[in-house]
Ligand binder design. Structure first.
Ligand code: GAL
Length: 471
């Protein structure tokens, strides 16, 4: 009992490192926004950013919290003779501060990109050795967010301190500008970023690049399973690949410093609706940034209703800021009557005493799955009130906006009178405190201390619930 109690007190404080919750006061909840990379790669321009921002605003996504518009690689054309970065004049004819002004006037925040290397990954000038002048360039152009990549780093990696110093140089330079700039590391988890990321940054990528596949292995993303210390991160990493690497890392993330599982693939490629729901739910639950990777001008109605699922976003933006933990993971053999695949159960505490849980089916057939309070509250010591209470089960997807309403919003380029959550008017924190029903899903039943929660989880799918103590 004593040991169990100690374990419980330890886990209660994990997720918030040190006495200061954020090294620069930013990132109190995971960042939300849009980044061009997953869909447009190097095909960037002022037009793309401003059109996208207008659309995000018109279809209600900005008011759902997607406020950072992030310009990824390929925006520059070199440096001036005295070393200042120059924006590509064809892509950005009015310069970067024009983009920033437009975004700020529309209540967006502006993100830009560079690399802690000689070049960016696409071969444009990088910021290694130019940290102060580049930080000044970003600050003076009204930039609010820097994504900082890891290509062409001149071999300056291989030990945590080596990578730390290289990334700290830009952290210090950004601080020195005096402008609050969200600092988003993109060193793919190399050199155990989760140990030192929150000292100098607000989020850190923990894997190679995502691609729109749920489970498909790809030799260009060589580390698989729980390989959290991956020397060669690569790219074309599937959703389950990244999630499995992230599973042990939640304990090092929390308010002010988040594990970044990469931009969302909802609405990119040919993921099924169940795959997109599982992907979005798990990114929300582990407190990854929620950064849209899709072309919002060509979004399927079903993908729109995933991005706008406020009861799932409220899990991500929960003020407690504790990433959920994977309680168990089983590999199901080929001989199983529901087919081969891996299944997982995740659970995490929420600020108001509720608990979020996920039954995740990585197999390619629907499968009955179950759990009970001992698994759900596995961190609680014996005799805990949690284990002896009855809990109501709220399905976090049951109140999803229907396809016809979503299609109307997309076709009319306006939310109209649809009841889409508006976090500008009522923040997630306040909405949760006021018990706004749109943030709590739909009650589907309850579970008692000796009960079993049974459900059938679709192929490559999720059952995603919020548990609230029965009254
Ligand atoms: C990769 C990074 C991607 C994208 C790309 C740009 O290293 O992980 O998210 O930024 O570079 O070239």
């Amino acid at each position: 009992m004593f040991l169990l109690y100690l374990f419980s007190s330890f886990t209660a404080v994990s997720g918030v490192l040190g006495s200061s919750p954020s090294y620069n006061g930013l990132g109190l909840t995971p960042q939300m926004g849009w980044d061009n990379w997953n869909t447009f790669a190097c095909d960037v321009s002022e037009q793309l950013l401003l059109d996208t921002a207008d659309r995000i605003s018109e279809i209600g996504l900005k008011d759902l919290g997607y406020t950072y518009v992030i310009l990824d690689d390929c925006w520059s054309s070199g440096r001036t003779a005295n070393g200042t970065l120059v924006a590509d004049k064809e892509k950005f004819p009015n310069g970067m501060s024009h983009v920033a002004d437009h975004l700020h006037n529309n209540n967006f925040l502006f993100g830009m990109y560079s690399s802690a290397g000689e070049y960016t990954c696409a071969g444009y000038p990088g910021s290694l050795g130019h940290e102060e002048e580049d930080a000044e360039f970003f600050a003076s152009n009204g930039v609010d967010y820097l994504k900082y990549d890891n290509c062409y780093n001149k071999g300056q990696f291989g030990a945590p301190e080596t990578s730390y110093k290289r990334y700290k140089a830009m952290s210090d330079a950004l601080n020195k500008t005096g402008r609050p700039i969200f600092y988003s590391l993109c060193n793919w988890g190399q050199d155990l970023t989760f140990y030192w990321g929150s000292d100098i940054a607000n989020s850190w990528r923990m894997s190679g690049d995502i691609y729109p596949q749920f489970t498909r292995p790809d030799s260009r993303c060589p580390c698989d399973g729980d390989q959290f210390d991956c020397a060669y991160a690569g790219f074309h990493c599937s959703i389950m690949n990244i999630l499995n690497k992230a599973a042990p890392m939640g304990q090092n993330a929390g308010i002010g410093g988040w594990n970044d599982l990469d931009n969302l693939e909802v609405g990119v490629g040919n993921l099924t609706d169940d795959e997109e729901k599982a992907h979005f739910s798990m990114w929300a639950m582990v407190k990854s940034p929620l950064v849209i990777g899709a072309d919002v001008n060509h979004l399927k109605a079903s993908s729109y209703s995933i991005y706008s699922q406020a009861s799932v976003i409220a899990i991500n933006q929960d003020p407690k800021g504790v990433p959920a933990t994977r309680v168990w993971r089983h590999q199901v053999p080929q001989t199983d009557k529901y087919g081969q695949g891996e299944i997982q159960f995740w659970s995490g505490p929420l600020d108001n005493g509720d608990q979020v849980i996920a039954l995740l089916n990585g197999g390619n057939k629907p499968r009955p799955m179950n759990t009970n309070l001992e698994e759900i509250f596995f961190d609680s010591y014996l005799g805990s009130e949690q284990l002896s209470s009855n809990w109501d089960i709220y399905d976090l997807w049951a109140n999803r906006v229907d396809n016809a309403t979503s299609a109307n919003i997309l076709n009319n380029n306006s939310v109209g009178n649809a009841t889409i959550y508006n976090a500008t008017a009522l923040s997630y924190k306040d909405g949760l405190a006021k018990n706004d029903t749109r943030l709590f899903g739909t009650k589907i039943g309850s579970i008692s201390p000796d009960g079993l929660l049974n459900t059938t989880v679709p192929a490559h799918g999720i059952a995603f619930y919020r548990l609230r103590r029965s009254t």
